[in-house]
Design a protein around this ligand. Structure first.
Ligand SMILES: NC(=O)c1ccc[n+]([C@@H]2O[C@H](COP(=O)([O-])OP(=O)(O)OC[C@H]3O[C@@H](n4cnc5c(N)ncnc54)[C@H](OP(=O)(O)O)[C@@H]3O)[C@@H](O)[C@H]2O)c1
Length: 333
């Protein structure tokens, strides 16, 4: 038997990646899945060979044989079900963003401390060797003095009832994909931004479809990113130093879910590809959490850092809304 038994709540688009990740694990085993709809849970369990299925999330939390819960729900439900799972004595891997407000992250932190259970945010790209290598190289001085970080993540989202464009469900491209370059930037800077600014194109329901943001860190690093639901598949991170530039062409969804990982060092016009292993980053993510629980290791992404990311996203969202309001006021005058 595996050391830790997992259950999924929310058998949607992302859940099969967790199935795949655990199928490669020695220490973890997927034993249960829960949906709001019992038939959906049964069908998912049958498709993926999962032993037990439940027609409510609470029923899975009542299952004493589940040690770790994967919260794979729309954004507005992350904090609620993470807190409930912690209270039920479970450890939690919660999809990004951990919450949509800083208060909600604080409740998760307090509950984790009180229950002695671990909660981590599912930023899978932080576990990929290409991210780890890029951050190490940049911090080592191999690029010279760090000047600028630039990131991009976009795709077309056209389904009108998708939770990712629902204002009530924590929708918006900033929360869905902009959170990745923001996380990358804060990680590299090693601190929270001192100042920031943003502009966005919001739809008629106030959900951003295209977003650009800028972050200034006290240490001097400048970061900028764009993200959106109204442009083709694009993802890229560029770390610009005084001597060299490091380019990641698939920083967030590399193989097996996208193109192979690709890290290139540019010195002037000379490009040197850097060898990097191709792994399933979701597998790395679940192993990281299990070694926190079983071996007492520190998580690669701790709750204080997740809090910083959520705080930055909240501030960026506000900055973009303030800029729209200011522009409208100027138009009216
Ligand atoms: N790390 C990554 O690579 C990655 C990639 C994609 C998404 N994500 C994150 O993972 C989370 C889930 O994304 P997803 O694409 O899997 O979402 P999804 O398919 O739209 O929804 C996941 C599940 O949430 C449940 N749900 C509960 N309340 C709901 C409601 N009011 N409306 C719709 N669904 C509801 C549904 O399951 P039942 O109705 O069956 O209970 C649904 O299948 C999001 O927070 C997203 O940001 C992460």
């Amino acid at each position: 038997m595996a050391d830790l038994r997992w259950g999924i709540i929310g058998p949607g688009r992302i859940a099969p990646r967790l199935v795949r990740a655990l199928s490669q694990s020695r220490r973890g085993e997927l034993v249960a899945v829960a949906s709001r709809d019992a038939d959906r849970a049964t069908a998912f369990a049958a498709q993926h060979g999962i032993g037990r299925s439940y027609g409510s999330y609470d029923a899975l939390l009542d299952d004493a044989e589940v040690d770790v819960v994967y919260v794979a729900l729309p954004n507005h439900l992350h904090a609620k079900w993470t807190v409930k799972a912690l209270h039920a004595g479970k450890h939690v891997l919660c999809e990004k963003p951990l919450a949509t407000s800083v208060d909600a992250v604080d409740e998760i932190i307090t509950t984790s401390e009180r229950t002695g259970r671990t909660a981590v945010e599912g930023f899978m790209f932080l576990h990929h060797p290409q991210t780890i290598l890029a951050l190490e190289l940049a911090r080592s001085g191999a690029l010279g003095r760090l000047e600028l970080l630039s990131g991009t993540f976009s795709f077309f989202l056209t389904n009108p009832i998708d939770p990712r464009i629902s204002p009530e469900m924590g929708g918006g491209s900033l929360w869905d994909v902009g959170c990745y370059p923001v996380s990358f930037s804060r990680r590299l800077a090693g601190e929270e931004p001192e100042r920031l600014n943003a502009f966005a194109r919001f739809d008629e329901r106030g959900v951003d479809r295209t977003f650009i943001g800028q972050l200034l860190f006290a240490g001097g690093l400048l970061a900028q990113f764009d993200c959106g639901f109204a442009a083709p598949d694009r993802e890229r991170m560029e770390i610009v130093g005084s001597d060299a530039t490091l380019v990641l062409d698939a920083p967030f969804l590399p193989a097996p879910d996208g193109p192979p990982p690709s890290v290139t060092m540019w010195r002037g016009r000379e490009a040197t590809p850097i060898e990097v292993a191709s792994v399933d980053q979701y597998h790395e993510e679940v192993e990281d959490l299990m070694s926190v629980i079983l071996d007492g290791r520190a998580p690669r992404l701790d709750l204080a850092s997740s809090r910083g990311n959520v705080a930055t996203l909240v501030a960026l969202d506000q900055a973009a809304r303030d800029n729209v309001a200011m522009a409208s006021a100027q138009d009216a005058s």
